[in-house]
Design a protein around this ligand. Structure first.
Ligand code: DAH
Length: 338
């Protein structure tokens, strides 16, 4: 015969369920703890009349096994649920701040210039930073030992191999491979053995311009360059062409634009003249055309070399060219929104 309390315990054990380990532990202690129900029941055995003792002992042993089984089963389900349980989403947490990178101002301006020329039918060509003497000098009419080579202080790797001093060798590489009509721009890095100051650096960037076809004239060149300056700086900016000398062009010129940093008043960027030299240009020397296998009696062309740093300084009014190479995050970040 079952004790009334045993019945209550039995049904409590059968019905017990929980999802937390804390509640399960409390349940375990209630039955199996030192002061728990089962110890209490075992202590009662001696008070049971001898004829009932055996049954009573059997009943409480069954009760104990039930508790043990229940605890074990619930422990397993709870730990399984905890493994698959995804942490709840804390909507009040500050969002992770994703910082967007920015293009370097030199890349921004280079891309901008390429777009301007692409609109009028120029395509992009590239050449190597490490050049040979033929492409950098000889083919461009810089004879060996000619003083014109001193115009560009060169980093030599060995007697015949050097870091290109300008982007003009890309003209040669393109003309060696293709017959006119040719319309290309060549952006790239160039190197000169120069003292680093606010105005000059030993590494800088140029864009080379080359147009070869029948009947190309100096007026075509002027027109194209003016279009480029107006597209870049707006129609208010003044330009002027000054006669100059480059071995690979005849006649040669340099184009200046009015200095926007000092508004023509004079500053250290414009050497106190109010004008900034922005590019060199000229009609391709017939010797250069002959060197690359293009007939100078049939074809003519113009070329120009644009200094990107100089142009970027004018566009963003940066006074020191060294800022472009230091990668100081405080400087670079100012161009983020472009
Ligand atoms: N290559 C010259 C330089 O660095 C710039 C230049 C001048 C390029 C006249 C040209 C040109 O294509 O026609 O300094």
């Amino acid at each position: 015969m079952m004790d009334n309390n045993l019945e209550i315990y039995n049904s409590e054990i059968d019905n017990f369920t929980t999802t937390t380990l804390e509640e399960l532990d409390a349940f375990r202690l209630k039955y199996l703890g030192k002061k728990g129900i089962l110890i209490d029941l075992f202590n009662k055995i001696k008070d049971i009349p001898p004829e009932n003792r055996k049954d009573f002992g059997k009943d409480i042993n069954i009760l104990k096994s039930k508790v043990l089984e229940k605890v074990e089963a619930l422990k397993n389900t709870i730990s399984q649920n905890q493994c698959t349980h995804t942490p709840s989403l804390d909507v009040s947490r500050t969002a992770n701040f994703i910082k967007l990178g920015a293009r370097h101002p030199i890349s921004v301006v280079t891309n901008h210039i390429c777009d301007i020329f692409k609109k009028i039918g120029f395509s992009i060509a590239e050449g190597p930073d490490i050049e040979d003497d033929w492409h950098n000098f000889e083919s461009l009419n810089f004879a060996a030992e000619h003083p014109a080579r001193d115009m560009q202080d060169t980093f030599f790797i060995d007697k015949n191999i050097l870091l290109r001093t300008h982007t003009s060798p890309v003209q040669v590489r393109v003309m060696e491979k293709h017959q006119p009509p040719i319309r290309i721009i060549c952006p790239g890095r160039v190197f000169r053995n120069e003292v680093i100051t606010a105005r000059s650096h030993c590494i800088f960037h140029q864009i080379e311009l080359l147009y070869v076809d029948e009947n190309v004239s100096f007026a075509d060149m002027r027109q194209t360059l003016d279009y480029f300056i107006k597209e870049t700086f707006g129609s208010e900016r003044k330009t002027r062409l000054r006669p100059s000398y480059f071995p690979f062009t005849e006649p040669s010129a340099e184009m200046d634009i009015s200095c926007d940093i000092c508004n023509g008043k004079g500053c250290n960027i414009c050497k106190h003249t109010g004008w900034v030299e922005i590019l060199g240009c000229g009609m391709i020397d017939p010797n250069v055309l002959t060197n690359v296998g293009i007939d100078p009696n049939k074809y003519s062309g113009f070329a120009a070399g644009i200094g990107i740093e100089r142009l970027t300084q004018q566009l963003y009014k940066t006074k020191d060219i060294r800022l472009f190479f230091e990668n100081d995050i405080r400087f670079i970040q100012q161009f983020e929104s472009i």
